[in-house]
Design a protein around this ligand. Structure first.
Ligand code: NAP
Length: 279
């Protein structure tokens, strides 16, 4: 099948590598010609260029730009598509994307491959990035069934685990397991560096080990990603943050009141629940 990819970075490049290894012809469009050349050299695309005109022979187009570029890209892309071209995206937030893109191209299905690394750009692309990773599709009542089936048929052979859900349910779920952890982990680091005694802070830095490494990892990452989560998934993230604050207040109350029995019950509950999230 002829497949188009717009945005040849970590996700777009990885999709190209994976889809080509399954026999598809992949055409890429990116913003910089150097990126296009590297994508060709790395075998992520059969051909690539700066003009969206390259997408006219694509049967399916994967939109792999940053979220902020998606709307303008689709407006520019639409005149180059044939009527039955299926358009899908890989954005990490689905409510905003589906609301914005579906009115521009009806043969559109929202998607989110839930895989990544700390790196970005074409050099970071990996052929097996999606292997064993969830791939969420978010059709609505108006999404053509054929578009969903086609995208699913393309990404399932990449060893992905397909989930289908509503865009808003996707955003609520990722708020819990991805966006809230970034904010709480960042808050942890921010609270620590607020220690008033420089000697204690220096001691804490020296003593920090695996526990701090685990709990601070996602909060110490690329600020652009955290900002994107807050901007594009604001409602769900706020809901999760409020629930988190309520739980934290409950925990503070147990400790202030030396209510060890309640604290123990809460910690036993979380110990039991954690494996459910990490199957
Ligand atoms: P990335 O590595 O920075 O790649 C994005 C690429 O898009 C850049 O290399 C850039 O290419 C290109 N680009 C930027 N603006 C463009 C435009 N207007 N037109 C065409 N190309 C443009 O980012 P990424 O991690 O692959 O993320 C891409 C999408 O995947 C985002 O929507 C993100 O939400 C989603 N996603 C990311 C992850 C993750 O963990 N990183 C996971 C799942 C989904 P040039 O080099 O040519 O400028």
């Amino acid at each position: 099948m002829n497949i188009g990819i717009v945005g040849l970075g970590l996700i777009g490049g990885s999709l190209g590598l994976a889809l080509r290894s399954h026999g598809h012809t992949v055409l890429g469009v990116s913003r910089q010609s150097h990126t296009c050349q590297r994508a060709i050299a790395r075998g992520a695309v059969d051909d690539a260029g700066l003009s969206l005109n390259l997408m006219q022979s694509a049967e399916v187009v994967f939109l792999c730009t940053p979220l902020a570029a998606m709307q303008a890209t689709v407006v520019e892309l639409v005149p180059h598509l044939t009527a039955d071209t299926v358009l899908t995206d890989v954005g990490s937030v689905k409510g905003w994307v589906v609301k914005t893109i579906a009115p521009l191209w009806s043969n559109f299905v929202g998607g989110h491959p839930m895989a990544g690394t700390a790196e970005s750009g074409i050099e970071a692309a990996l052929p097996d990035l999606f292997s064993n990773a969830p791939y969420v599709l978010t059709p609505t009542e108006t999404t053509p069934a054929g578009a969903v089936q086609l995208v699913e048929a393309l990404v399932r052979p990449l060893q992905t685990r397909i989930y289908r859900c509503r865009p808003d349910d996707h955003d609520r779920a990722v708020a819990w397991i991805s966006h809230l952890p970034v904010m709480t982990s960042a808050s942890l680091i921010a609270a620590c560096i607020g220690e008033a005694d420089p000697a204690v802070l220096e001691l804490a830095c020296g003593l920090a080990s695996s526990g701090f490494r685990d709990t601070s990892r996602v909060g110490g990452g690329n600020p652009e990603l955290g900002l994107m989560m807050a901007q594009y998934n604001q409602v769900a993230l706020i809901r999760s943050l409020h629930a988190y604050r309520d739980t934290l207040n409950q925990m503070i109350a147990h400790i202030e009141q030396s209510d060890w029995r309640s604290l123990e019950a809460l910690l036993k509950q979380t110990q039991q629940a954690r494996p459910e999230f990490l199957q």
